[in-house]
Ligand binder design. Structure first.
Ligand code: ZN
Length: 220
């Protein structure tokens, strides 16, 4: 893709966030983990114990969504080092989880909703939100065959793949390797076998490539 055809990621980012804020009725917050340091340090410790010390330093490195708050690593300074398209990709991934949790659908933003006024009415019932969290952590197993977590994360990583192809005209190999690592390492507590991770990622990449070729990807 030539330079002048690149999208304005700063505008798309603001657009993405603005629409998400409307959908989630102004309840979205973006905060650095340092604002709730004791909690993140405690979670990091628990994960270290559960993974025999292999879990990464989630306090300083990972972007995470809990409820409607997107938590930035550390004191948030890392965030400012990212370019607009990278910020777009990261937030797009986390919003995917948020939509899936609150509306029961991660693709709700891909539709036209000019008619819709009351987003609250479209929200999934409370027991779905309960199931969503159970599914993420334990369903049907907490490791290797964690199909629930795999399903939620591949939907999230699809957003990263979409941004990547839009930005570079192809899905970069480093991203595929990065996602594969996420699926098969302690980063997500070994949620998939290597075979399964490979299948899931290839399927998603092919699907995004098709959508890109047919000009069906939507941003902002
Ligand atoms: Zn995720």
């Amino acid at each position: 893709m030539s330079e002048e055809k690149l999208p304005d990621w700063d505008i798309l980012y603001l657009c993405l966030l603005e629409k998400a804020r409307e959908r989630h009725q102004g309840k979205i917050k973006i905060k650095p983990k340092s604002e709730l340091k004791w909690f993140w340090k405690m979670l990091q410790f628990i994960l270290k114990v559960l993974t025999f010390g292999k879990a990464p330093a989630i306090y300083d490195r990972f972007f995470t969504v809990i409820g409607r708050t997107i938590w930035l690593p550390g004191d948030g300074s890392l965030w400012d080092e990212f370019t607009w398209w990278q910020q777009y990709a990261l937030v797009s991934h986390e919003l995917d989880h948020m939509d899936y949790c609150y509306f029961g659908r991660s693709d709700i933003r891909d539709e036209d909703h000019t008619e819709i006024k009351n987003w609250k009415d479209l929200e999934a019932p409370w027991y779905w939100k309960l199931w969503y969290n159970f599914k993420y952590l334990f369903w049907p197993l907490p490791i290797l065959y964690a199909y629930g977590r795999q399903d939620i994360e591949i939907k999230g990583y699809r957003r990263n793949i979409e941004v990547n192809i839009q930005m570079f005209g192809e899905v970069q190999e480093y991203l595929i390797l990065f996602i594969f690592h996420q699926f098969t390492s302690a980063n997500y507590v070994w949620m998939a076998t290597k075979k399964r991770a490979d299948e899931l990622i290839q399927k998603e990449v092919e699907d995004v490539k098709k959508a890109y070729a047919e000009n069906r990807l939507r941003f902002g």
